[in-house]
Structure formats: C-alpha cells, structure tokens
Ligand binder design. Sequence first.
Ligand SMILES: [Zn+2]
Length: 436
Amino acid sequence: MRQYLIGALAASLISLTGVTFAQAYKPEALKRADPSLHLQRGSEQTEALKINDAIYQATGFGNTFMVVTDQGNVIIDTSLARTAPAHKKLLNAVSDAAIHSVIITHGHGDHTGGVELWKQADTQVIAQENMVAFLHYQKRLAGMFARRNQAQFGFELSDRITAATAAQNYAATILPNTLFDKKMQFVLGGKEFQILHTPAETYDALTVWMPQYRAAFVGDMLFQSFPNIYTLRGTKPRWALDYVSSIERIIKLQPEILLPSHGQPIMGGQNVLDTLTRYRDAILYVHDQTVIGMNQGKDVYTLMSEIELPETLDIGEGYGWVSWSVRGIYEGYVGWFDGNPVNMYNQSPQSVYPDLVDLAGGSKNVLNLAKEKLAAGDQVKSLRLADAAIAAEAGNREALQLRLQILTAMRKQSSNFNESGWLNSGILETKKQLKK
Ligand SMILES: [Zn+2]
C-alpha cells in the first residue's frame, strides 16, 4: 500500500533541488528532498510554464498562476514569501500589465506569501470570507505552528507569523480586501472568472473556474498522493465529506485543465475526470470504513492498522498517510476520549514508564529488549522502549543513541514527505540531547 509515489509537493521541491521530476518518483530522490535547500537557492525554473495562451504557472512550494487579459492580469495564489520574488520575475517576463486581482485559494502561508508583493493600489485581493477567522486562528497559535512547521517542513511556513507570547485573538493581518460567501464572479478582458467556495483542506478553500478554458484552479484540493485529512503539524479537523462534495462540484463542471497549487497541471477531460473520481472515491472509502469501524466499537489504533486503500483506489501515500487520516476522521467526529476510564485523568500513559523500567530491573534490561525488538523488525516498539528508558533516566546516553539509530533507520526507509520531516526533527532533537 505504501507506494513509492511521492506527493506533488515533494516532487515540486525536488525538481527545484536539481533532481528531475521523473527521479522524484523514486524513494531515493525523496530522501534528498530538503525544502530548506531550495529556499536558499531559489527556483531554478528559467521561464514560466505556459498552460495555454492566457494561463502561466511558476512552480514551487506553492505554485503561482497568472491569467493574462487585455485589461490587466489575475494572479491565483502567491507561494511562500521567500519564493514569491522569483515567481514574480518569471511571470512578469510574460506580462507586466497591471494586476487587477489576486485570488488566494486558502489562507496557508505557502499561498499567501506573495500577496503584498503582487498587490497594487487598485488590486482586489479576493478570498472566501472564512479566511478571516482562519488567519486569526493561525496567528493565535503562531508559536506552536512556527515550531511545528519547522519540524515538519524544515522551515517556517509563513514569514509573516512570528511567535506569539500570548493568545492574540484578533491580531492577524487580514490580507484580502474582497470577501465572498458561496460564489463571486467577474469578467476581465472578455475572460470570465467564477470563484467558488470549495472547502476541503481548509474551510476557506476556493476554486477558480474559467469556463471558456474549462480550467479549474483547485488550490490544495488535490495532491499527487492521498491528502492530509489530518496534518501532523496540527490542524482543526479537516472534513473528509467536505473534500468529497467539493470534488464532486468540480467534476460536474467537466474541467479539461486542472491546476493544483502543488505539482504539475493535469490535462485532458478524461484524465481530469479519472483523477478526480479516484481521489474522491479514495477519500470516501477511508471515511466510510472509519465510520463503519467506529460503529462496530473498534478503537482508533485498530482502524489505523486495518484500513488500507484497495488497489483500484491506491492514489499513493507520499504526502498524507491513510492511517493519519483514519485517526483524523475518528477524532474529528468524537474527539480525544477513547472510553477507557483511566484516560479521564491528567496523568499520561508515559507517567508510569519510570516505574515499569524500575520493575524491569533498570534501563539496561529495557534497552536490551528494545534491541531485540529492533532486530525483529519492530522499530516502533523499539522506539517506545527507548523512550521509556529516557523517561526513567533523562540523558541516558545508551538510550539516546539507540533512539538516534532507530529514527535514522526509519528516515532512511521513509517514502513519505511528512514522516521524513518528523523523523528528521526527532533526529536533530536527540543529537542535541546527546551533546549535553
Ligand atoms: Zn499548500
């Protein structure tokens, strides 16, 4: 099930770190994907990708699209603040006409980073109205997101967010000056832009539909991998059924050009239909299997290990893992309490680690067991035992070294962009402990 098909996100990063797109589908290439590297170097794209006579794409960690019209241009998504200047240069080489509108598909930092750069005095910056609450939410938790984005991606996703020292409920900079609820549209230079509320990864997500080109700019509705219905860096519940209904809405439009904000365009009516249908069905399958299991009284870990995509719906797990989404859906519906009375109280399962290590005759014995588990191929149990030994005795070098060894081996085997990020962050943190 864990195919070596990595996410469009990783692929676009890798293409910018000197590895070709084809190579990017191999796990070897994924391991070399170092987002911070490409951010330091900037984009290596030498000219904007021409989709058709009017639509151009600058590719990056978050693509930037430009639609050229006789009465000014429209920008759809603006990438990260750090990559936006390179994208602007590429797209301005095609046309440097006035910017009529900047449309932001949702309020994540890899889409909003270049808004200020593109915005001119008369530019309308368009977003779905839920973006306001979403920007406040991210600002309120800025300190946590800064740490977690650093761990997951190797860099801070939004340059505008600096760590807060207190809850700042209404302190976010509101980027859009034009908000809509369900739908808005305008015509510019004879080209029609329909902007639709299509909640999926976020509740402010929108799609730009250009009927005359049958082109849909879908933001992060779709990756070349199963999505992160739950993302490890932390998120409010992302509703699987929102994805499903938004994808269905796009399918009904019968697009011939599908432009996700990560990765490459998907071209051709049948190809687009097949891609969207499979994506929708994969999400719906995971959702339904989770709900069926919940109703049967199965616990979340059982369902995380049981539910796998059938072959026909295997869309790859290079970006999101199905098991993370199973847990996201489960807890999205019912929250954190698992029905075990002990979990009502404020002591973690780890709080008994020191006692158990003591009972086992000390950390030496626990680490021996950890090594046995590792030799038998059970890396996760081995990692837990190492953690138990560290909990019993902070700074235990042998335990830290074993932890480092396990995490390094796991990272080497990983074919998932986000898993790799978190393993890497664990490796760095363990090395730091070892230096003390
Ligand atoms: Zn994104």
